[in-house]
Design a protein around this ligand. Structure first.
Ligand code: ACO
Length: 695
């Protein structure tokens, strides 16, 4: 049994602050519990005693001679803090409906509630929640609408008002709920634990989660990864806007708006993210009502050619596959349409076909094994067939139910009445064909299991990495010098071309001769960020003479332009030949921790921000997907007769970076910019790294 079972299926509930006055929240909660048909024991608590809705009222929680699974607190915040010790002594779970805690800056009050509960081993839902509904007992311990239809959709909402509104919307859509949980300030129980229960709950088929942020992103991803087959989740995460200005030292950091990371993390584990409430509701309803598709072949059956074309376009946009086996289509549909109809998918039985023909066509689609999903479109002809068509659709759908079938009814009042009737009968029905197609796409997506691949062992010189980091930490330097960053990358097994640090002309020449011309020289200084701008970089050095001149020029120019800069020397390295410039980076996200980034360099990253993220570390299989995600991917894959670049070398680099930043948590930000990719191999041309300085 899951440890949250008593919260969702309590044998006894106490309402602390149960009110004698109709309309007060403490009264509505008692009323809703009673009206929901709850069979367990109900204990209203109020110092005034008496009776509420025919129930004996207890003056104190200690008067109750029973164990209490759930106590619901509906007294003002100040009182809640005063009584929490008593409640926590008695109740396993405490739902704090009361507002006025951390959301308004009352951090202390909230802390007191959670810590007291913890002392007695109880758990807290809230504060600042509307309560909980659970279909199992059933119990409606909310102050929202009293009537909730039981079903297989669980709604978990960070926003209370939105959650309450969802109860109403679910009723309108005829969507049955298995649970509705408000998580409010998430002071103790968060969406992670709630989801772990709901994924085990036998009634729940799909969870609709509304969140604004996540504190424990990694636990969240793990719960999603571990969910059993047949359990789906659709997330509506608000706050697509960019994260506020953050003090970031790297390119990766500045590109990593928190929403981009959420998007990437969701993609990584295969979470379907809804763009809007409307999409979310359509998708959840469809998933709740439909069996999973057994294959990719979709068929569109329509009585209106135009609607069929719109649907076909939408299918292409969402990547749905229309059955194109002409033999099957002909055999299945040809004899149910007039000569001028078309059995090619979209199957257009034409406006001439009446309810009877439509019914037969639909029935054929259900019966044909190589059809896996049906988009049934009907243009309301404004004639007397409304009843007939309505009955036909419901009858055929209920008779088969063996594959997903989504209905779009387009037209005026008649269409609306058909849609309402279909929804009432539990058929996924829409007025807009795009909604139907996007919902079918959602159904396919939620049923896909994502295989991220397996991690592999790679060798790293961990002692060397530690040594470089320790040195910087000792000197309280947040930014590593470029040669230190390169040393770490090299020790991590990334391909860093040979480089030396020269402290004088002789050393510079010796290094250049060792490496072989052409070479590059760059100033090494923690105080100089834009090296080229201050004359700190010389490219294409061809011989000893040029090497000596370059060394002198760099030192002189940097001293002149940035007189206070600490100059540690000059880095001497091979001038790399031209290749495709990419950027590989890592940053530390407040919700998900270490993440990696990949994109093409130059204008692709600067102007188009064509980059992609993942939570680190991640297996190579997922890295390959990540790389293919960027829009400029064809440049790497090879365009216009050019040979493709060594994508596996990029994969290996990102893989090692993912491991490096997870093993060495001190590395807060990292940029390899550029990583130059060739037909064979990928080499680090420049790197930056910053670490977390110990206090
Ligand atoms: N033990 C038990 N009951 C007590 C105690 C006590 N120690 N002290 C007082 N009470 C009783 C009161 O006598 C009263 O009962 P009565 O009406 O019979 O006299 C009852 O508890 C409630 O106390 P009130 O002082 O009347 O409080 P009120 O009902 O006005 O407000 C509430 C309490 C609803 C918890 C309020 O403080 C609050 O937080 N409201 C916001 C709730 C909310 O919106 N939550 C978020 C939901 S999500 C969303 O956004 C929709």
């Amino acid at each position: 049994m899951h440890y949250l079972e008593p919260l969702f299926n309590p044998e006894s509930v106490a309402i602390v602050g149960a009110s004698h006055h109709e309309g007060k929240i403490g009264h509505t909660v008692v009323k809703n519990i009673l009206e929901s048909g709850y069979k367990g024991r109900i204990y209203p608590i109020n110092p005034k005693g008496g009776e509420i809705l025919g129930l004996k009222v207890y003056k104190s929680i200690f008067e109750i001679d029973d164990e209490i699974d759930v106590a619901i607190i509906v007294v003002p915040a100040k009182v809640a803090v005063e009584i929490i010790d008593d409640v926590a002594k008695k109740a396993k779970f405490i739902i704090v409906i009361t507002s006025g805690f951390s959301e308004v800056g009352n951090i202390e009050g909230e802390k007191k509630i959670v810590e007291t509960a913890k002392k007695y081993g109880s758990r807290v839902l809230g504060p600042n929640v509307f309560g909980i509904y659970s279909a199992k007992p059933p119990i409606n311990a909310t102050f929202g609408p009293s009537k909730i239809k039981a079903g297989n959709v669980a709604v978990v909402s960070q926003s209370g008002a939105l959650g309450i509104a969802m109860i109403g919307k679910a009723a309108e859509e005829n969507m049955g709920l298995s649970a509705i949980v408000s998580i409010g300030n998430k002071a103790d129980l968060t969406e992670v634990e709630i989801l772990s229960y709901l994924f085990e709950d036998e009634i729940t088929k799909v969870v609709f989660l509304y969140i604004e942020g996540l504190e424990n992103g990694r636990d969240f991803l793990d719960i999603i990864r571990k969910r059993p087959p047949g359990k789906s989740i659709i997330v509506l995460k608000a706050g697509r806007s960019k994260a506020g200005a953050r003090a970031v030292a790297s390119h990766t950091g500045s590109l990593a708006g928190s929403d981009a990371i959420f998007d990437a993390a969701f993609r990584q584990v295969g979470i379907l993210r809804a763009e809007s409430l409307e999409d979310g509701l359509n998708w959840v309803t469809t998933v709740a009502l439909s069996p999973p598709p057994k294959g990719k072949n979709v068929v569109i059956v329509t009585n209106g050619g135009g609607l069929g074309v719109i649907a076909a376009d939408a299918c292409e946009k969402y990547g749905l596959h229309l059955l194109d086996d002409m033999e099957v289509l002909k055999k299945t549909f040809q004899d149910v349409m007039p000569e001028f109809g078309s059995y090619k998918n979209p199957v257009d039985i034409t406006g001439q076909a009446g309810g009877k023909e439509y019914k037969v066509a639909l029935e054929r689609a259900f019966k044909e094994k190589s059809i896996h999903a049906i988009l049934a479109l009907y243009c309301d002809r404004g004639d007397a067939e409304i009843e007939e068509i309505k009955n036909a659709l419901v009858e055929v759908h209920k008779k088969y139910r063996n594959k997903p079938a989504l209905y779009t009814i387009f037209g005026g009042e008649g269409a609306t009445s058909i849609i309402t009737a279909l929804k009432k009968e539990g058929l996924p029905a829409f007025s807009d064909v795009e909604d139907a197609v996007s919902s079918l796409y959602a159904l396919y997506k939620v049923n896909e299991r994502k295989d991220e691949g397996k991690m592999e062992e790679v060798k790293m010189d961990e002692d060397k990495i530690k040594q470089v980091i320790e040195k910087a930490l000792k000197e309280k330097r947040r930014k590593l010098l470029s040669n230190e960053a390169k040393e770490i990358l090299k020790a991590a097994g990334v391909d860093v071309p040979e480089f030396y640090v020269a402290k004088n002309i002789e050393e510079a020449i010796e290094a250049a001769n060792k490496i072989g011309y052409p070479i590059v020289m760059k100033v090494i200084s923690e105080d100089i960020i834009h090296k080229t701008d201050v004359g700190g970089v010389v490219l294409n050095i061809e011989n000893e003479k040029e090497a000596a001149e370059a060394y002198e020029a760099i030192i002189e120019s940097c001293k002149r332009n940035v007189p206070k800069a600490r100059i540690r020397g000059v880095e001497v390295t091979k001038m790399l030949p031209k290749g495709v410039e990419t950027i590989v980076g890592s940053t530390t996200d407040p919700s998900f921790g270490k993440v990696v980034m990949f994109g093409l360099g130059g204008i692709y990253v600067e102007v188009m921000k064509d980059v992609t993220f993942r939570v680190a570390p991640l297996p190579k299989k997922e890295i390959r997907r990540m790389i293919r995600e960027i829009e400029s991917y064809p440049i790497l894959a090879g365009v216009r007769g050019e040979k493709g670049k060594d994508i596996e070398a990029i994969v290996d680099t990102i893989y090692r970076i993912g491991l490096l930043v997870t093993k060495f948590e001190e590395i807060m930000e990292l940029d390899i910019n550029p990583l130059i990719v060739y037909e064979k191999g990928a080499k680090v041309a420049d790197a930056r790294m910053s670490i977390k300085v110990r206090k």
